[in-house]
Design a protein. Structure first.
Length: 449
């Protein structure tokens, strides 16, 4: 446990007050390392993932540096964009801006979030009023740039958050266009869970001798997350899941699936069985996703079924349990998934249901986290409830019929999971393509010497 306090990090009283009100007592390791470096004006390349407190690690020193520019004037000219925070997804954008707002609440600094999937006209008046801190997804920011509703010539600080995800999602061209519009004289910070050659190249292109810092891959090795595996056939996964969901520790659970098809089916099936469940995935609209997430946060639904794309960046405090209904094929995604639980010191459980064909991916995961995950004994499973007659036929068609399957009524269900890149790029907000299995275990960086 750190003995350093936020006051030791020389943060201003109005920021310290907001932190106390947020319930933060001590800085997390990434905050302890990053805050002094950013205050000193260094460019920073930080290896840290969601759950480590990385948002405050860049937002706090950013606010501190912008405080002298805070103005109570209503004139837009007194509120130029001074800090730009680029993030890969809408959900992360919303969360990051909410954090910035909370930390800035006792200052006159203004922040705003812009992302795609909503009418751009609703964002323009707010932009025109002037904001010091702009959180944006790259596609929508480019839309605003094209419409001349934002000027980036005054940006003095840039943050690329979850940079690896941005590249995975094909944002490199958009990033390059945006970076070309920023003043050369600025401070740049990059946060990424992994550092591929592409990421290093990006940092060479847009950063100025960055200091490298990293925090342990805390989620993967976190002592406070109990990781368990059930080796179970496909046909028994659902029965096992419902049994696990009945457990006392399963009051609020995120269930991960690999495809949006499974997410959607599973959610409907659980709803039919009386479980308060909902699904979030790339085919849901932004407002549907926010609605489902809010309902989950408020406890109106107890099970949120999510794909990796949709779950990226979700910040849900003290989530007790994560279940991997299907394990991810990219070991990195496993680390992101289980990082939804056991946050900021709370304990959590991460259970993976692994069918024989998934065992090789389990091996990759264990290699990445350098740890063998405990195999649990499969409990006696109740037979699934007999579906009503009409559904029996449906069920029979689905599971026992010779291939190829007859198309279902709703063609959506017949589509395989393909990231809708063409559509997404057109809408300027691509979803993440399915993760490619990563061949290499990412190297960790040394602390600054
Ligand atoms: P992040 O890694 O930025 O997504 O933050 C993960 C979670 O930790 C968020 O819910 C933050 O509100 C919380 N958090 C960040 N810094 C601290 C801190 N110093 N003390 C307690 N909680 C924190």
């Amino acid at each position: 446990m750190s003995t350093v306090s936020f006051a030791d990090l020389k943060l201003a009283p109005e920021i310290l007050k907001a932190l106390t009100e947020s319930g933060y007592t001590t800085p997390t390791p990434i905050q302890e390392q990053a805050i002094p470096l950013v205050l000193e004006g260094h460019d920073l390349m930080a290896g840290a993932q969601t759950g480590t407190g990385k948002t405050a690690a860049f937002a706090l020193p950013m606010l501190q540096k912008l405080l002298p520019h805070a103005s109570s004037s209503t004139s837009p000219a007194r509120h130029p964009v001074r800090a730009l925070i680029l993030v890969p997804t809408r959900e992360l954008a919303i969360q990051v801006e909410a954090s910035v707002k909370a930390y800035a609440k006792h200052s006159k600094l203004r922040s705003l979030v812009v992302f795609g999937g909503v009418d751009i006209k609703t964002q323009t008046p707010h932009l025109k009023n002037g904001v010091e801190i702009l959180v944006a997804t790259p596609g929508r920011l480019l839309d605003h740039i094209e419409q001349k509703t934002v000027q980036l010539g005054t940006v003095q600080m840039l943050v690329l958050d979850e940079a690896d995800r941005m590249l995975d999602m094909g944002f490199m061209p958009a990033l390059k266009r945006i970076l070309a519009l920023l003043p050369r004289q600025r401070q740049s910070l990059m946060f990424s869970a992994t550092f591929s050659d592409e990421i290093k190249k990006l940092s060479e292109d847009f950063m100025n001798y960055p200091t490298l810092i990293e925090v342990a891959r805390s989620n993967a090795s976190a002592e406070n997350i109990a990781q368990k595996v059930y080796l179970v056939g496909h046909e028994d996964k659902h029965a096992l899941l419902t049994q696990l969901l009945r457990g006392d520790d399963a009051k609020q659970v995120i269930v991960f699936t690999k495809t949006k098809l499974t997410a959607s089916r599973l959610s409907k099936q659980l709803q039919r069985e009386g479980v308060a469940a909902d699904a979030i995935h790339g085919d849901k609209t932004q407002s549907e996703r926010i609605q489902a997430l809010d309902a989950f946060k408020q406890g109106k639904i107890s099970v949120l079924i999510a794909t990796d794309v949709a779950a990226r960046g979700l910040d849900i405090d003290s989530l007790p349990m994560v279940i991997n209904y299907e394990i991810p094929h990219a070991a990195e995604d496993y680390v992101h998934r289980i990082g939804r639980t056991g946050r900021a010191g709370a304990s959590g459980t991460a259970i993976s249901l692994v069918s024989p064909d998934e065992e090789r991916y389990l091996q990759d995961i264990e290699k990445l986290i350098n740890k063998e995950i405990k195999r649990e004994t499969l409990p006696a499973l109740a037979k699934p409830p007999r579906p009503p007659r009409a559904e029996q036929q449906e069920h029979h068609r689905e599971f026992h019929k010779p291939q190829p399957q007859k198309p279902s009524h709703d063609q959506w269900f017949d589509k395989p999971y393909v990231p809708n890149m063409a559509h997404a790029i057109a809408a300027s907000e691509p979803e993440k393509p399915e993760s490619k299995p990563k061949a290499q275990i990412p190297a960790l960086f040394r602390k600054p010497g």
